[in-house]
Write a protein that binds this ligand. Structure first.
Ligand SMILES: *[C@@H]1O[C@H](CO)[C@@H](O)[C@H](O)[C@H]1NC(C)=O
Ligand SMILES: [Zn+2]
Length: 497
């Protein structure tokens, strides 16, 4: 009796282990097949890249696995404001900073540099300041003499205030007007509309500070410098092309502003020949009447005629939920003949007109989509976007700060990456939330959003995508230079070992 039972039992166990093996094999195959659908899967790493990859992946896994077991202490599960400085000390952040990241294809001109930089601008001569009675806001203007413009209290020279009061305290007070960063974001920014209100006020408040022509040109030059420092080689800048002014009472129109951009770009390229320059995307505000839009298009066409290589195309900006849906501007946009780069789907309102802007953007032939946050809810459109090679300009940190998503692990970028959608990473308005000009966005995407398995192949593909989907004329030159810098970067990682 006993021997029989033992034989039976052994057979059952053998059969079970056989089944177990088959299932395990199948599991492995499925996971492997799925990983091969990811952004970057087709890249083959060289022997040296494989070594660098191991170093990077060791660091990545260590950080993620620590987070998995200690979620309470994991940076990326907190608000960006809480960890943005802390992560700068990590090895991975430093690697990503030194990594050639390609191009920034989605950045707004006056949101690129942080509050410390803006504060420095308030040291320029001839700046006048006027505080609201309750000190809750401030106006700026450059002028030779005391401005006559509206002011709730009294115009004073910034220089005089610094001389007559405590300058350290004054600077600390001013700096708060140049950033969205606060210690308690969840309490101050209770909902999306509230944070957008603060965000828009930043642009309105800083407008007269930045549009003083010498400051405008300096800010832009220094933006290009910051991009280059962050290992970015090319920039497509979104701008509302505001009128600029000077102390002589001249007002320059949008076309002049575009010319000034071109001049500064050329100057910068001359000073730093290793930078590949920049192009404009004219992106005025979307909450306007059709007549105004027609006027925008006229301006865009004029600029295009004057500098066909410098103007990349056209877009519309500001809070999408409150703006006009794209479909209201259909005829004018469709026959504009301009290249289009629409913001679309920057919303959580599924099935609304904002959400459906995604369809309009695609049908109007947009070259790329800014944010495309809501695209993940549209399976058919996702296929269409992939087929038509429309790049998604994803700005994860922007979406966190502007309250589309709290936990970065839930950002739709995860889905886009998993299905090899044409993604480019960008930073939107990094200065306003005190992020580095691009590295923070790569860090958060790589450590917080992408799979634990996503590696150097994905990073390389994301950088390459930003070149492929740019409107730069001679892309092969960009890519060739990128490859040279990439090899140097890989070499520098190997030295870390
Ligand atoms: C100015 O204010 C700062 C901060 O409150 C303080 O540390 C400093 O001593 C003050 N300086 C003067 C000259 O009063
Ligand atoms: Zn944007």
């Amino acid at each position: 009796m006993w021997p029989l039972t033992i034989i039976l039992l052994t057979n059952i166990l053998l059969a079970m282990s056989q089944i177990h093996k088959i299932v395990l094999k199948e599991r492995e195959t499925l996971i492997e097949r799925e990983l091969k659908m990811m952004v970057g899967y087709s890249i083959e790493l060289s022997a040296t890249e494989l070594v660098a990859n191991e170093i990077i992946m060791d660091l990545k896994r260590k950080e993620i696995d620590y987070g998995f077991w200690n979620p309470k202490y994991y940076h990326l599960l907190k608000h960006f404001f809480e960890y943005k400085e802390l992560v700068k000390d990590t090895k991975l952040y430093k690697i990503l900073k030194s990594m050639p990241k390609g191009a920034v294809l989605h950045g707004h001109d006056t949101g690129m540099l942080g509050p410390d930089y803006v504060l420095e601008l308030t040291y320029c001569d001839d700046l006048w300041i006027c505080f609201k009675e309750d000190q809750s806001d401030v106006n700026f203007v450059f002028a030779k003499h005391r401005p006559t413009g509206w002011c709730a209290t009294k115009w004073e020279r910034a220089m005089d205030i610094r001389r007559t009061t405590n300058a350290t305290e004054f600077d600390a007070k001013l700096r708060k007007f140049f950033t969205l960063v606060v210690v308690n974001p969840q309490e101050v920014y209770t909902d999306l509309d509230t944070v957008w209100d603060y965000f828009m006020k930043y642009f309105i408040r800083t407008g007269p500070l930045f549009t003083y022509k010498p400051v405008w040109e300096k800010y832009y030059y220094d933006t290009l410098f910051a991009l280059r420092e962050d290992n970015v080689m090319y920039f497509e800048i979104r701008t509302v092309l505001p009128p600029l002014y000077d102390l002589e009472g001249n007002i320059y129109n949008s076309v002049d502003t575009a010319k000034s951009y071109k001049r500064v770009t050329e100057k910068f390229k001359k000073d730093y020949p290793d930078f590949f320059g920049a192009k404009l995307i004219y992106a005025p505000v979307r909450s306007v009447a059709r007549e105004t839009l027609k006027n925008y298009i006229k301006v865009a066409k004029e600029i295009h005629k004057l500098m066909p290589d410098f103007l990349a195309g056209f877009d519309l900006v500001s809070q999408e939920d409150l703006g006009k849906p794209l479909k209201e501007f259909y005829p004018d946009l469709a026959k504009s003949g301009l290249n289009l780069y629409f913001h679309a789907g920057e919303t959580n309102w599924y099935g609304t007109s904002t959400d459906e802007n995604l369809f309009d953007a695609v049908l109007l032939g947009t070259k790329r989509i800014g944010h495309a946050f809501a695209l993940v809810k549209h399976p058919l459109l996702m296929k269409e976007v992939k087929k038509r090679k429309i790049a998604l300009e994803v700005n994860v940190i922007s979406n966190v700060v502007l309250k589309l998503v709290d936990d970065v692990r839930n950002h739709p970028l995860a889905t886009y990456l998993s299905q090899n959608m044409p993604v480019v990473l960008s930073s939107d308005d990094p200065g306003v939330w005190e992020a580095e000009i691009l590295t923070h966005d790569f860090y958060v995407a790589f450590m917080g959003v992408s799979s634990r398995h996503a590696d150097l192949k994905m990073l390389k593909q994301l950088a390459l995508n930003s070149l492929y989907y740019s409107s730069y004329g001679e892309k092969h030159k960009l890519v060739r230079e990128f490859q040279i810098r990439w090899m140097k970067f890989i070499g520098s990682i190997l030295k870390m070992k």
